[in-house]
Ligand binder design. Structure first.
Ligand code: NCD
Ligand code: ZN
Ligand code: ZN
Length: 430
């Protein structure tokens, strides 16, 4: 029996510090407790205790690009970032569009043993947008796929999207859409606005995202299906989500840390570390996204952690791959943009980083309340300490962080997966 005693933590940052006892993966007591001899003690010193974070949107690059991230290194980055579960996107090579690949990803995640790695299944065969993948087989496989997405690409064909939504209801799964009307983003390099115009980049208009989100909300309502919108980036999308939710559409949405903080002002750096899909938008978009997250119009934060090799990223803007790392900086960016601004308290952080993503991803053992009898998937956060981002020090193989050298608030000091300490003081506990 493994026993961990967390001494003097403040669940949800509320009230006086309490001790939390974890035995065999479950919270068994909360109060003023003495450590038994065999207990491993974490001295929390009044730090904030939260349910372990859940990331609905991670790219782990295995199989295919193990030179940039593996399931093991991505799991380590996740644990260090306070995560206990991540959903690994299907745009690997080969694509995770069948039971063999998703089961392989699931097993590799279990072997790494640091976070639960839930494979996302592709919606269409080979992400080609032509023919539905075997969603049912993946949903019933060992990996029990709960989320399907062609992320990286949009399921652009409305009939195919309609069919996917219809099947998803029957299977009790959710379709996560990368909303990008491809006909409107041919050659697109950056947000279509003043900055891109000034630098001569082909624009990626807000309407390319919004038109798909609006369409899919209508399709989801018609099919009475659940739709999840990936990486919301525009103010207009927030308006559409609000409208759709008010009329009872079963739609949920995520925003990335980088869309909460960064804007297309970054284009002036010419540094492709800032190139991402959807692109960094304007300050008024970012402001609207922060408000929508606070209000619940946007349900949760997802990293869209996208590792890339130096040779794919560090080249002239137009040929650089889009995407940026996120797992080890997400909490800090949320503290910076949402907590320090007073938009969210720690209960709110638990909601957007753990509870809602777990619900959306159909996980029953993550995002649970910090109460006796609940699984001990927990994250301990030092809310005030600041640290300086160094991409080279991340557990990820790639180092493409847009926050390099920045001083950020909020440090994850411990992560527990089913009562086992996976990360402690910035180190992985194997
Ligand atoms: C992602 C990737 O690299 O796989 N890139 C990105 O810019 N976000 C794909 C995606 O999320 O669309
Ligand atoms: Zn995407
Ligand atoms: Zn993605």
């Amino acid at each position: 029996m493994t026993t961990v005693l967390i001494k003097g933590a403040r669940p949800y940052g509320e009230g006086d510090p309490v001790d939390v006892l974890v035995e065999d993966g479950v919270i068994t007591d909360i109060g003023s407790l003495d450590a038994s001899e065999d207990a491993e003690v974490i001295d929390a010193g009044g730090q904030v205790l939260l349910p372990g974070f859940v990331d609905l949107h991670t790219h782990l690059r295995e199989p295919g690009r193990e030179d940039t991230e593996t399931i093991a290194t991505g799991s380590a980055a996740a644990a260090l970032g306070g995560y206990t579960a991540v959903f690994a996107m299907a745009n690997t090579d080969p694509v995770a569009d069948n039971a063999v690949i998703v089961d392989h990803v699931w097993r590799r995640g279990q072997e790494a043993g640091l976070v639960d790695v839930h494979p996302v299944g592709a919606v269409t065969v080979g992400l080609k947008g032509e023919k539905l993948a075997e969603l049912g087989t993946m949903a019933k496989s060992e990996a029990r796929v709960k989320v399907f997405s062609d992320d990286g690409l949009c399921v652009a064909d409305p009939l195919l999207m309609r069919r996917a939504l219809e099947y998803s209801t029957a299977l009790g799964v959710v379709i996560a859409q990368h909303a990008e009307e491809p006909r409107l983003t041919v050659g697109a390099q950056a947000h279509e606005g003043e900055q891109a115009a000034r630098l001569g980049y082909t624009g990626w208009p807000a309407s390319a995202e919004e038109s798909i989100v609006a369409r899919d909300c209508l399709l989801a309502r018609h099919a009475n299906a659940r739709l999840h919108v990936c990486h919301v980036s525009t103010s207009g999308t927030a308006d559409i989500l609000k409208w759709a939710k008010e009329r009872g559409t079963k739609v949920s949405a995520e925003v990335t840390p980088h869309h909460l903080l960064l804007t297309d002002e970054r284009l002036a750096t010419y540094d492709p570390v800032n190139k991402v899909n959807p692109p960094l938008r304007t300050e008024s978009d970012a402001e609207k996204l922060r408000a929508a997250l606070a209000e619940g119009v946007i349900d949760c934060v997802a990293t869209d952690h996208a590792p890339h090799a130096v040779q794919d990223k560090d080249r002239e803007w137009n040929s650089a791959r889009p995407g940026m790392l996120g797992l080890q900086t997400a909490l800090s960016i949320v503290v910076e943009t949402m907590v320090r601004t007073g938009l969210l308290d720690w209960r709110g952080v638990a909601r957007v980083m753990s509870e809602r993503p777990a619900e959306i991803g159909n996980l029953t053992d993550h995002g649970r309340p910090i109460e006796v009898g609940e699984p001990a998937n927990l994250t301990l956060v030092d809310p005030d300490t600041e640290w300086i981002v160094r991409g080279a020090e991340f557990a990820s193989i790639a180092a493409n962080t847009p926050y390099e050298g920045m001083r950020l608030p909020g440090v994850v000091t411990a992560t527990l997966l089913r009562g086992r300490i996976t990360a402690r003081e910035g180190k992985i506990i194997p």
